[in-house]
Design a protein around this ligand. Structure first.
Ligand code: GAF
Length: 442
């Protein structure tokens, strides 16, 4: 195995102390603290968070670090050390942040300024979250996540930034400085902060995120998969030990960056929403029973066919395309529920849990490729190669159109897989997926 293909999560303390000294150089003053939020991998449940489906994410040990110090002139000064994004210090005027003031050109800093806007909004209903008048901050950002790698680099940036703002600019943070913040944040607080980050991304950045990524970053548990029910955003942490006994999960970053704010993601989502409206549902999850099976999917598809029979298009969209998006969403929901029950202890008696989970992963990929149509050549090739090298399963994760493939494989098979992947593309990188902690003050 060549070490060069692995992206290491790094030593958090080293990364932090490096970042803090770069902060001093950049802004000529000391950082008040450092905050971290992880990226995520998702076992199943892609493109269904916004249909109230179930997702099964876990946090990576890779993530985004934000060093920050407060300002009293209301300004934000922001810089990232990520080579592909760094264009020096960006200064943001708070009056220019908000849904009505979305700038035309995409820039990474909008995720951060959007979060400050969203925290201000949250503070209107929860006074301990109310951002001080005149609050601003200097921020320096560094990430061990591939940017646009489908591992939630955007949500990690949002969640690390919101903790920095919370700590430096609100009564909540002032009452609970730095590490105390970790202990003080309740589950409800974390849920509300994740929701604020979603608002930032949807209303300010203009991306169609559904909350999976921010929930994973804010609420993940070490060693666990979060079974996230997007009907009410309740989470059940489930042990992943039964899958990983004798196996490893790795994320293969294809090197093809995706952009959520691009039109394609929204387009796929709109197809599925058109199908939902035809069926008379606000949320597609409601089209299936509590514990859905394949036959339930067939019934909904039959109903769709009946309703669509006389139509030429569905709100101007191709009926076939809408039907495929619908089928992806429904089968993905069935897979999620199956995994949820398997990991909730009902795996007892399942002899080959890794191959059962692997089969679900691969079926998820086929659905992403053929029905959601969000896959791309390199991802398909990575999945094929992983399976040919003996992986139990592999699938594209995240929004698609670029990003990463999750692979379940024995440690013994990894060296050969690595060599085979290097032949596909030089841009491919591997990350070890070891379910880690949620966003925190360091
Ligand atoms: C992106 C979105 F931000 C998430 O909300 C989710 O929809 C995901 O794509 C696909 O499952 O990461």
């Amino acid at each position: 195995t060549t070490d060069a293909v692995w992206i290491a999560p790094g030593e958090p303390q080293e990364i932090q102390s490096d970042l803090v000294s770069r902060f001093q150089q950049e802004y000529g003053r000391a950082a008040s603290g450092t905050w971290f939020a992880p990226g995520r991998a998702n076992l199943n449940g892609e493109h269904i968070d916004f249909h109230a489906g179930r997702c099964l994410p876990m946090a990576l040990s890779h993530g985004t670090y934000v060093a920050a110090a407060p300002r009293t002139d209301g300004r934000l000064r922001l810089r990232t050390l990520d080579a592909s994004l760094d264009d020096g210090v960006t200064t943001v005027n708070p009056d220019q942040i908000g849904p009505e003031a979305t700038p035309e050109e995409a820039h990474w800093s909008h995720y951060v300024s959007g979060v400050l806007w969203a925290l201000r909004e949250l503070g209107r209903s929860q006074p301990t979250f109310a951002v001080d008048e005149g609050f601003g901050a200097d921020l320096l950002v560094v990430s061990t996540l591939p940017i646009g790698g489908g591992l939630s680099s955007s949500a990690a940036l949002e969640c690390a930034s919101i903790l920095a703002f919370l700590a430096l600019g609100t009564p909540f943070g002032q009452d609970n400085p730095l590490q105390d913040l970790n202990a003080a944040l309740t589950r409800e607080n974390r849920r509300d902060l994740a929701a604020a980050c979603v608002r930032a991304e949807v209303e300010v950045v203009g991306a169609g995120t559904g909350g999976l990524d921010q929930t994973a970053a804010m609420r993940a548990r070490p060693g666990k998969v979060l079974s996230l029910d997007c009907r009410d955003f309740s989470v059940t942490p489930l042990d992943i030990g039964c899958i990983l006994r004798g196996y490893r999960l790795i994320a293969v970053d294809t090197g093809e960056a995706h952009r959520l704010a691009d039109g394609q993601f929204g387009d796929r989502r709109a197809d599925a929403e058109a199908a939902a409206r035809l069926l008379g549902f606000d949320r597609l999850r409601d089209a299936l029973p509590e514990r859905p099976r394949k036959a339930d999917v067939s019934h909904v598809l039959e109903e769709f066919d009946r309703l669509a029979e006389q139509l030429e298009t569905l709100q101007g969209r191709s009926i076939d395309a809408c039907r495929r998006r619908l089928r992806h969403a429904l089968t993905e929901m069935v897979r999620s529920e199956k995994l949820h029950h398997l990991l909730s202890g009902e795996a007892y008696g399942v002899r080959h849990i890794a191959s059962t989970v692997g089969g679900i992963l691969t079926a998820g990929h086929m659905s992403m490729r053929d029905d959601a149509e969000v896959s791309f050549d390199v991802a398909d090739l990575v999945v094929e190669t992983a399976l040919a090298q003996g992986a139990e399963g592999a699938r594209l994760i995240g929004g698609g159109f670029g990003g990463s493939v999750l692979v379940l494989i024995t440690p013994a098979a990894i060296p050969k897989l690595t060599v085979a992947l290097e032949r596909i593309s030089r841009g491919i990188r591997l990350l070890d997926v070891a379910p880690s902690s949620a966003a925190q003050a360091l």
